[in-house]
Every structure is written in C-alpha cells, then in structure tokens.
Write a protein that binds this ligand. Structure first.
Ligand code: NAD
Length: 469
C-alpha cells in the first residue's frame, strides 16, 4: 500500500504545500461507512480502509488554547500532528501572529475568532470549539472561506440533568437556606413546608437531550413526569406529553426549563405563566437566561406563589469570575439575592470533569475525521457531508474535496474535469452560498492527481481544493 497524502490549495495560498509530499505514519482512524458506490456495503466493510492522510501528519499544525481537555490532546497527538497546547487565551495581536501558521485551532469561549483574526488565517482548515456555543467565531466568514467549524452541543446533557435532580431535592428541603443559616451559626431545625420528592409531579418544558435525561432520573426518584414540547416525542418510561404549556404549569409541582434560546422562548415564563402555576410550586431554569422574566419571578416569589426557584442562567452573564460581577450586569440582582429558597448558580449546569472530557473526545474526533478524511459531520457552518472510506485494495484511488461557491454550472465544470476518470462515489451538499463536494476517483496516476488538482484550482467558483490520496 502506498502512503496516503494530501494536496491542498487556497486562493490566497497559490500552490504552497502543493505536492509537498512526505511519509506519514499509520493512523488508526476509519471514517464511517455510507451507502453509496458500486460495491455493496457488505463487501466494502470486509475490506480494510485505506488510511487517507493529509501531507505527513507531522506537517499539520494545531494550536490548542484555553486549557482544552487532555482527552482531545491525546487524540490529536496520537495522529502525529504538531500540537501546541496553551493553558490560557491569547491577546488579539498574539492570536493574529500565531494563526497565520496553523491548520487547526482549538478554543473555548474566551477566544474571539473575528473576521479581523480569521483574515490572517491563511492556512486554517478547521476550528474546534471545545464548548457548546459558537458565538465567539465569525461562522459566516469562516464558511465563505472554507474553514469548517465544529463544537460539542450535547456532551454535557447528563451533567445538567443531574444538577436538576440535586436542585429539586434541595428546593423541596430548603437546603440552601438551612446551609446558609448554619454557616452564620443559626440552628433552625424545621420540617414545615419541607417535602419528599417521591410522588410529586415534575413538568419538563423542552424534552430534548437534557429534558429526556432528566425524565429518566426523576422517575427513578419516584416522581411522575409530564412534559411539553413543540414537537410530538416518544416519552421515556412512564412520562406523558401534554399538549399545552398551560396544562403542564397547572399540573406540575416542579417545573424545569430546557428549551433553546429563540424569539418564541423569550420570557416564556412571565407574569401570566406564574399565575397558571400551582400555588407553592417550584421553578428551575438551566436553559437560557432570556426564557424567564426575572422581575416577574421576584414578584411571584415575594407573593408566596412560588415556593422556591433555582437559576443557573441569566439574561446578562458576567464575562469573568469575580466578586460583585453579577450585580454589575443585572439591575435586579440585589432583589434576587434577598429571596428565600432561591438557589443561584453561575451557569455551571454542564461544568463537570466528565462533560469536559466528553467534549474533548467529540471535537477531537470530529477534527481528526475532517483532516484525515474530509468528513464534515458535526460541523456548525458547513453542510454535513461524508463518504465511506476508500479500502486498502483501492491503492490508486484519491479523494477530492472541493469547497466552492454555490452557483449554477459548477457541478458540470467539476464533472467535466473528473469525467475522464472513474468517479467511484461522489456527494455534494450546500449551505446558503457555499457548497461542499466530495468525490472518490479510482485508478489515478501521480501525474493525473496533479492535473486534477490544478484544473480544479482554476475554477472561479473555488474556495478550497483538497486532494487526499
Ligand atoms: N446550564 C447549562 O450549563 C447548560 C448546558 C447545556 C445546555 N444548556 C441549555 O439547555 C437548553 C436545552 O438544551 P438541550 O441540549 O436539551 O437542547 P435540545 O435541542 O436537545 O432540546 C430542546 C428541546 O426544546 C424543544 N423546544 C423548542 N422550542 C420550544 C418551545 N417553544 N416550547 C417547548 N419546547 C420547545 C425542542 O423541540 C427540543 O426538543 C438549551 O437552551 C441549552 O442552551 C444549558
């Protein structure tokens, strides 16, 4: 088997790296099998995959900022990439200086990858956001310039669900208040309005990744679970879907919110909804701060309608840890802090070692799949495209990746370039004005690879050409 390698091009890069070929170590990565191609899936799966590799892997330079979890570093190191790891973030000037030279950058929420920074990223193929959100990246600019962005939206669902269970019990037993009193030296042994959660009704709003995990945990604790979601969903265990939010609010002893931040979910729980809730019920929000109207919550708690609440997210959240930072960004913060049986946490629902480790694995593997095989599965700014692996016996097959402007006639031009060869499998998808094409071409000689690459590079629609072989 010949060593697989890559040719890559960018409009600003002329043909640097073009045919800069060296030996690559053996990788352990196998891309997922899809259903295309002349060979049956069963036949293909019996054959070992050809290990496609970009250049020599040691040529791939990766910069990991913000103390990204060791799980990710291990995955990337194992591929043989050049990985530089920094515990902190970088100033804009330093970031610009560093980003010029690297192929992949891994960040968390502090690093701002703005257009100004990305403009300098002449060699950048991919960005790994080792977190949930991607607001810190100019996704649009990245997409238009063929830079694929990955994140990990669901690796911390279990952590959030577990926090909800802890808080439901804490609110039912007024643990926050007893703890705070005893820290002050006050002994206050009471059972008035303290409850078991067994037999109580939990109303889950948004039955997605977190809501459904919570449903299972809550039933195991002896709760009855109802949920409201805008789409009909398969209930887990004995949970029951209700058809309106009003119905849920009128039945639930505890209401937990797990919806996304959308115009429709802004102030989803406000004055009117607090009136619809049961007297003495509890509200927990670990979704997004905009979902609850905080002044209305303060009013409902002061009036005794709501017996307790837990908030992990807020309409404005401080950018940095530190004393008084919460009060500075929210006018009602002082009023909140004065309320009894109210648990306030600083957006830590998903902050566990397990979640960080899972995020490291998910994003690390997505980056590896993209670099080695061109698969964009899990990307937030590109169409999700993949092809099954090339098998080892298909020694002279090459994989072509062509990111291009999505306009009429491009596929015809690409296919006329590929047309003299046997296109073993091909797929393409678009997202707004950018399209992503993958094609595996068989029996291509070394000189033909060059000519395919050069021909694709000359197309005016080209954003990025990669040839893996
Ligand atoms: N506190 C934290 O640390 C933390 C961590 C992870 C996620 N989150 C937040 O939790 C929320 C849920 O996350 P997830 O991973 O479960 O999301 P998800 O996308 O898996 O589930 C969301 C569910 O809400 C439903 N939904 C959407 N609009 C709705 C509406 N108007 N009414 C009722 N249901 C609606 C969707 O159909 C979906 O089933 C998100 O806002 C996310 O940002 C917070």
């Amino acid at each position: 088997m010949t060593e697989p390698r890559e040719i890559i091009g960018r409009h600003w890069q002329a043909s640097a790296n073009y045919l800069s070929i060296s030996t690559s170590p053996i990788s352990t990565f196998h891309s997922p099998v899809s259903s295309y191609g002349h060979r049956s899936r069963a036949d293909e799966s019996r054959l070992p995959s050809k290990q496609l590799k970009p250049f020599a892997t040691e040529d791939i330079k990766i910069l990991l900022l913000e103390n990204i979890n060791k799980t990710a570093r291990d995955i990337l190191d194992k591929q043989g990439y050049q990985v530089e790891f920094l515990k902190g973030s970088l100033s804009e000037d330093k970031l610009i200086e560093k980003i010029r030279d690297i192929h992949v950058i891994g960040i968390r929420s502090k690093t701002q990858l703005t257009e100004k920074v990305l403009r300098e990223a002449k060699n950048l193929l991919a960005i790994g956001c080792f977190c949930i959100g991607t607001n810190q990246v100019d996704l649009e600019y990245a997409r238009k310039h063929g830079i694929v962005v990955f994140n990990s939206p669901f690796s911390n669902s279990r952590s959030v669900a577990e926090l909800m269970i802890a808080e439901i019990i804490s609110l039912a037993r007024q643990l926050g208040d007893r703890n705070e009193e005893l820290h002050r030296g006050e002994w206050n042994k009471v059972s008035n309005k303290c409850w078991e959660i067994r037999g109580k009704t939990l109303g889950i709003v948004g039955y997605g990744h977190i809501g459904s995990q919570l449903s299972v945990l809550a039933e195991a604790m002896g709760m009855s679970v109802i949920f409201y979601d805008i789409i009909p969903l398969m209930a887990l265990g004995s949970a029951k879907q209700v058809s309106t939010l009003t119905e849920l609010l009128s039945m639930a002893d505890f209401v937990t919110l797990h919806v996304p931040e959308l115009p429709e979910t802004k102030n989803m729980i406000g004055k009117e909804q607090f009136l619809e809730m049961k007297h003495g019920s509890y509200l927990l929000n670990a979704s997004r701060g905009s979902v609850v109207d905080i002044p209305a919550l303060i009013e409902a708690m002061t009036a005794g309608k709501i017996a307790g609440a837990a908030l992990d997210v807020y309409p404005n959240e401080p950018a940095e840890n530190g004393p008084h930072n919460f009060d500075r960004v929210n006018t009602w913060a002082k009023d909140l802090r004065g309320l009894k049986n109210l648990i306030l946490t600083p957006h830590i629902g998903g902050s566990t070692e397990e979640a960080q480790s899972a995020i490291g694995i998910e994003v690390g593997e997505a980056l590896t799949r993209y670099i080695n095989e061109g698969s964009t599965i899990g990307s937030v700014n590109m169409p999700e495209v993949t092809l099954r692996s090339i098998s080892q016996s298909q020694e002279n097959n090459v994989r072509i990746i062509f990111i291009h402007q999505n306009r009429p006639g491009v596929l015809r031009q690409v296919n006329s370039i590929l047309g003299d060869h046997n296109v073993d499998k091909q797929t393409s998808d678009s997202r707004n004005d950018v399209a992503y094409l993958m094609a595996d071409v068989s029996d291509v000689s070394f000189n033909e690879i060059k000519s395919l690459y050069v021909s694709l590079e000359t197309l005016s629609s080209k954003i990025l050409t990669r040839v893996l072989y």
